[in-house]
Design a protein around this ligand. Structure first.
Ligand code: SF4
Ligand code: SF4
Ligand code: FES
Length: 239
Protein backbone atom coordinates (compact mmCIF):
# COMPACT_ATOMS: atom_id res chain seq x y z
CA UNK A 1 0.00 0.00 0.00
CA UNK A 2 1.27 3.44 -0.95
CA UNK A 3 -0.37 6.82 -0.60
CA UNK A 4 -0.35 7.38 -4.37
CA UNK A 5 -2.51 6.03 -7.18
CA UNK A 6 -0.93 5.10 -10.49
CA UNK A 7 -3.37 6.32 -13.13
CA UNK A 8 -3.24 5.75 -16.87
CA UNK A 9 -5.54 8.08 -18.82
CA UNK A 10 -6.37 7.82 -22.49
CA UNK A 11 -5.35 11.01 -24.31
CA UNK A 12 -6.17 11.72 -27.93
CA UNK A 13 -8.92 12.44 -30.41
CA UNK A 14 -10.96 10.54 -32.97
CA UNK A 15 -7.90 9.87 -35.13
CA UNK A 16 -5.33 8.60 -32.63
CA UNK A 17 -4.31 8.51 -29.00
CA UNK A 18 -2.36 6.79 -26.24
CA UNK A 19 -2.44 6.19 -22.51
CA UNK A 20 -0.44 8.61 -20.37
CA UNK A 21 0.58 7.98 -16.77
CA UNK A 22 -0.11 10.23 -13.75
CA UNK A 23 0.44 9.90 -10.02
CA UNK A 24 -2.48 11.05 -7.88
CA UNK A 25 -2.58 11.21 -4.06
CA UNK A 26 -5.01 8.77 -2.48
CA UNK A 27 -7.77 10.34 -0.37
CA UNK A 28 -10.57 9.04 1.76
CA UNK A 29 -13.91 8.48 -0.05
CA UNK A 30 -12.26 9.45 -3.34
CA UNK A 31 -14.15 8.80 -6.56
CA UNK A 32 -12.83 8.20 -10.06
CA UNK A 33 -14.21 11.61 -11.01
CA UNK A 34 -12.17 13.15 -8.16
CA UNK A 35 -9.04 11.54 -9.64
CA UNK A 36 -9.74 12.86 -13.15
CA UNK A 37 -10.48 16.32 -11.71
CA UNK A 38 -7.21 16.29 -9.74
CA UNK A 39 -5.27 15.45 -12.91
CA UNK A 40 -6.89 18.28 -14.84
CA UNK A 41 -6.56 20.87 -12.08
CA UNK A 42 -3.10 20.00 -10.75
CA UNK A 43 -1.19 18.05 -13.39
CA UNK A 44 -2.48 18.72 -16.90
CA UNK A 45 -5.13 21.38 -17.65
CA UNK A 46 -5.46 20.15 -21.24
CA UNK A 47 -7.26 16.97 -20.14
CA UNK A 48 -10.89 16.94 -21.38
CA UNK A 49 -13.70 15.11 -19.60
CA UNK A 50 -17.38 15.63 -18.94
CA UNK A 51 -19.42 15.87 -15.75
CA UNK A 52 -22.17 18.05 -14.30
CA UNK A 53 -24.02 16.99 -11.14
CA UNK A 54 -21.42 14.84 -9.27
CA UNK A 55 -24.26 13.03 -7.52
CA UNK A 56 -25.46 10.37 -9.96
CA UNK A 57 -28.26 12.38 -11.53
CA UNK A 58 -27.14 13.82 -14.87
CA UNK A 59 -25.52 10.80 -16.53
CA UNK A 60 -22.70 12.80 -18.10
CA UNK A 61 -19.63 11.39 -16.30
CA UNK A 62 -19.50 7.80 -17.57
CA UNK A 63 -16.10 6.45 -18.62
CA UNK A 64 -14.35 3.10 -18.96
CA UNK A 65 -12.54 2.35 -15.71
CA UNK A 66 -10.21 -0.65 -15.57
CA UNK A 67 -11.96 -2.06 -18.63
CA UNK A 68 -15.53 -1.57 -17.44
CA UNK A 69 -18.04 1.20 -18.17
CA UNK A 70 -19.11 3.07 -15.01
CA UNK A 71 -20.48 6.37 -13.78
CA UNK A 72 -17.38 7.95 -12.31
CA UNK A 73 -18.89 10.38 -9.80
CA UNK A 74 -20.14 7.50 -7.68
CA UNK A 75 -17.43 4.93 -8.43
CA UNK A 76 -15.24 4.89 -5.36
CA UNK A 77 -11.53 4.22 -5.73
CA UNK A 78 -11.65 1.75 -2.85
CA UNK A 79 -13.96 -0.43 -4.93
CA UNK A 80 -12.56 -0.05 -8.45
CA UNK A 81 -8.77 0.44 -8.19
CA UNK A 82 -6.71 -2.71 -8.59
CA UNK A 83 -3.53 -2.58 -6.48
CA UNK A 84 -3.77 1.24 -6.51
CA UNK A 85 -3.88 1.25 -10.29
CA UNK A 86 -6.51 2.79 -12.52
CA UNK A 87 -6.87 2.84 -16.27
CA UNK A 88 -9.40 5.43 -17.44
CA UNK A 89 -10.62 5.58 -21.03
CA UNK A 90 -13.62 7.01 -22.89
CA UNK A 91 -16.81 4.96 -23.22
CA UNK A 92 -16.60 2.22 -25.85
CA UNK A 93 -18.98 2.04 -28.84
CA UNK A 94 -19.07 5.84 -29.21
CA UNK A 95 -16.86 8.19 -31.25
CA UNK A 96 -14.21 10.01 -29.22
CA UNK A 97 -14.24 13.80 -29.37
CA UNK A 98 -11.16 14.31 -27.19
CA UNK A 99 -9.56 12.38 -24.31
CA UNK A 100 -12.42 11.10 -22.12
CA UNK A 101 -15.21 12.90 -23.96
CA UNK A 102 -17.34 10.89 -26.37
CA UNK A 103 -19.84 12.13 -28.91
CA UNK A 104 -23.24 11.01 -27.55
CA UNK A 105 -25.19 12.13 -30.65
CA UNK A 106 -25.69 8.64 -32.04
CA UNK A 107 -26.82 7.38 -28.63
CA UNK A 108 -29.56 10.00 -28.36
CA UNK A 109 -30.43 9.80 -32.07
CA UNK A 110 -31.32 6.18 -31.39
CA UNK A 111 -33.71 7.24 -28.62
CA UNK A 112 -35.46 9.34 -31.27
CA UNK A 113 -35.44 6.41 -33.75
CA UNK A 114 -37.05 4.23 -31.07
CA UNK A 115 -39.78 6.87 -30.60
CA UNK A 116 -38.46 7.65 -27.14
CA UNK A 117 -40.51 10.85 -26.82
CA UNK A 118 -43.82 10.80 -24.97
CA UNK A 119 -46.78 11.32 -27.26
CA UNK A 120 -49.99 12.14 -25.43
CA UNK A 121 -53.51 13.07 -26.49
CA UNK A 122 -54.64 15.03 -23.41
CA UNK A 123 -54.88 18.80 -23.47
CA UNK A 124 -54.32 21.25 -20.64
CA UNK A 125 -58.09 21.32 -20.15
CA UNK A 126 -58.17 17.62 -19.25
CA UNK A 127 -57.88 16.39 -15.70
CA UNK A 128 -54.66 14.69 -14.53
CA UNK A 129 -54.41 11.05 -15.55
CA UNK A 130 -54.55 8.76 -12.55
CA UNK A 131 -52.50 5.59 -13.01
CA UNK A 132 -52.81 3.30 -10.01
CA UNK A 133 -49.46 2.02 -8.66
CA UNK A 134 -50.97 -1.46 -8.46
CA UNK A 135 -51.36 -1.83 -12.24
CA UNK A 136 -48.92 -3.98 -14.20
CA UNK A 137 -48.44 -1.20 -16.77
CA UNK A 138 -47.39 1.21 -14.03
CA UNK A 139 -44.98 -1.41 -12.65
CA UNK A 140 -43.31 -1.89 -16.04
CA UNK A 141 -43.23 1.85 -16.81
CA UNK A 142 -41.75 2.68 -13.41
CA UNK A 143 -39.07 -0.02 -13.72
CA UNK A 144 -37.19 1.86 -16.41
CA UNK A 145 -38.14 5.48 -15.82
CA UNK A 146 -35.09 6.35 -13.70
CA UNK A 147 -32.68 6.01 -16.64
CA UNK A 148 -30.22 8.93 -16.59
CA UNK A 149 -28.96 8.42 -20.15
CA UNK A 150 -25.41 7.73 -19.05
CA UNK A 151 -24.55 5.35 -21.90
CA UNK A 152 -22.98 2.71 -19.63
CA UNK A 153 -25.30 0.00 -20.99
CA UNK A 154 -24.76 1.08 -24.61
CA UNK A 155 -21.00 1.04 -24.15
CA UNK A 156 -21.15 -2.43 -22.56
CA UNK A 157 -23.28 -4.08 -25.24
CA UNK A 158 -21.54 -6.49 -27.64
CA UNK A 159 -24.37 -6.28 -30.15
CA UNK A 160 -23.85 -2.51 -30.47
CA UNK A 161 -20.16 -3.23 -31.14
CA UNK A 162 -21.02 -5.77 -33.86
CA UNK A 163 -23.93 -3.85 -35.38
CA UNK A 164 -23.64 -0.06 -35.14
CA UNK A 165 -27.25 0.26 -36.31
CA UNK A 166 -28.60 -1.63 -33.29
CA UNK A 167 -30.78 0.72 -31.27
CA UNK A 168 -29.18 -0.49 -28.04
CA UNK A 169 -30.37 -1.12 -24.51
CA UNK A 170 -31.11 2.44 -23.37
CA UNK A 171 -33.28 3.43 -26.35
CA UNK A 172 -35.15 0.12 -26.15
CA UNK A 173 -35.63 0.48 -22.40
CA UNK A 174 -37.11 3.92 -23.06
CA UNK A 175 -39.44 2.50 -25.73
CA UNK A 176 -40.65 -0.18 -23.29
CA UNK A 177 -41.23 2.42 -20.58
CA UNK A 178 -43.43 4.49 -22.92
CA UNK A 179 -45.17 1.39 -24.30
CA UNK A 180 -46.43 0.77 -20.78
CA UNK A 181 -47.45 4.38 -20.20
CA UNK A 182 -51.24 4.24 -20.51
CA UNK A 183 -51.33 7.96 -21.43
CA UNK A 184 -49.15 7.51 -24.50
CA UNK A 185 -50.83 7.27 -27.91
CA UNK A 186 -47.85 6.49 -30.14
CA UNK A 187 -47.37 2.82 -29.49
CA UNK A 188 -48.17 1.27 -32.83
CA UNK A 189 -45.52 3.39 -34.59
CA UNK A 190 -43.16 2.86 -31.66
CA UNK A 191 -43.49 -0.91 -31.83
CA UNK A 192 -42.92 -0.85 -35.58
CA UNK A 193 -39.78 1.24 -35.01
CA UNK A 194 -38.27 -1.14 -32.46
CA UNK A 195 -39.26 -4.41 -34.20
CA UNK A 196 -36.88 -4.11 -37.17
CA UNK A 197 -33.54 -5.88 -37.71
CA UNK A 198 -31.72 -3.28 -35.63
CA UNK A 199 -34.33 -3.37 -32.88
CA UNK A 200 -35.29 -5.61 -29.99
CA UNK A 201 -34.94 -8.91 -31.85
CA UNK A 202 -31.19 -8.28 -32.32
CA UNK A 203 -30.57 -8.47 -28.54
CA UNK A 204 -28.72 -11.66 -27.60
CA UNK A 205 -29.66 -11.40 -23.92
CA UNK A 206 -26.03 -11.16 -22.82
CA UNK A 207 -27.13 -9.11 -19.79
CA UNK A 208 -24.04 -6.86 -19.73
CA UNK A 209 -26.35 -3.84 -19.82
CA UNK A 210 -28.32 -5.03 -16.83
CA UNK A 211 -25.23 -6.05 -14.85
CA UNK A 212 -23.61 -2.65 -15.32
CA UNK A 213 -26.48 -0.16 -15.20
CA UNK A 214 -25.70 2.09 -12.25
CA UNK A 215 -29.42 2.71 -11.67
CA UNK A 216 -30.20 -1.01 -11.36
CA UNK A 217 -32.44 -0.88 -14.41
CA UNK A 218 -32.84 -4.06 -16.46
CA UNK A 219 -32.82 -3.17 -20.16
CA UNK A 220 -32.69 -6.93 -20.81
CA UNK A 221 -36.12 -7.37 -19.21
CA UNK A 222 -37.44 -4.33 -21.09
CA UNK A 223 -36.18 -5.76 -24.38
CA UNK A 224 -37.76 -9.14 -23.61
CA UNK A 225 -41.06 -7.29 -23.05
CA UNK A 226 -40.66 -5.50 -26.38
CA UNK A 227 -40.00 -8.80 -28.16
CA UNK A 228 -43.25 -10.23 -26.77
CA UNK A 229 -45.23 -7.08 -27.60
CA UNK A 230 -43.77 -6.85 -31.13
CA UNK A 231 -44.55 -10.52 -31.78
CA UNK A 232 -48.12 -10.14 -30.53
CA UNK A 233 -48.62 -7.01 -32.66
CA UNK A 234 -47.22 -8.78 -35.73
CA UNK A 235 -49.55 -11.76 -35.22
CA UNK A 236 -52.50 -9.37 -35.07
CA UNK A 237 -51.29 -7.63 -38.22
CA UNK A 238 -50.86 -4.34 -36.38
CA UNK A 239 -47.26 -3.75 -37.41
S1 SF4 B 1 -28.95 -7.94 -23.03
FE1 SF4 B 1 -29.16 -7.23 -25.16
S2 SF4 B 1 -29.02 -5.00 -25.05
FE2 SF4 B 1 -28.23 -5.81 -23.09
S3 SF4 B 1 -26.00 -5.95 -23.40
FE3 SF4 B 1 -26.89 -7.92 -23.94
S4 SF4 B 1 -27.26 -7.85 -26.17
FE4 SF4 B 1 -26.93 -5.72 -25.42
S1 SF4 C 1 -30.37 2.07 -18.71
FE1 SF4 C 1 -28.90 2.39 -17.02
S2 SF4 C 1 -26.87 2.20 -17.97
FE2 SF4 C 1 -28.35 2.52 -19.61
S3 SF4 C 1 -28.34 4.73 -20.00
FE3 SF4 C 1 -30.00 4.30 -18.53
S4 SF4 C 1 -29.10 4.56 -16.52
FE4 SF4 C 1 -27.40 4.41 -17.96
S1 FES D 1 -21.63 13.80 -12.77
FE1 FES D 1 -23.80 13.54 -13.02
S2 FES D 1 -24.06 11.37 -12.95
FE2 FES D 1 -21.94 11.65 -12.56
Amino acid sequence: MTDMLQVRVWRGDAASGEFRGYEVPKLESQTVLDVVTYIQRKLDPTLSYRFACRVGMCGSCAMTVNGRARWTCRAHIAKVAEHDRLEIAPLANLPVVKDLVTDMSVFFDKWAQAHGRFQGAATRKDDFARVAPSTVERKFADAGIECIGCGVCYSSCDVVAWNPNYLGPAALNRAWTLLNDVRDTGNRARLAAVAGDAGCHACHTHMSCTERCPKQISPTAAIAGLKRAAMAAALKGEI
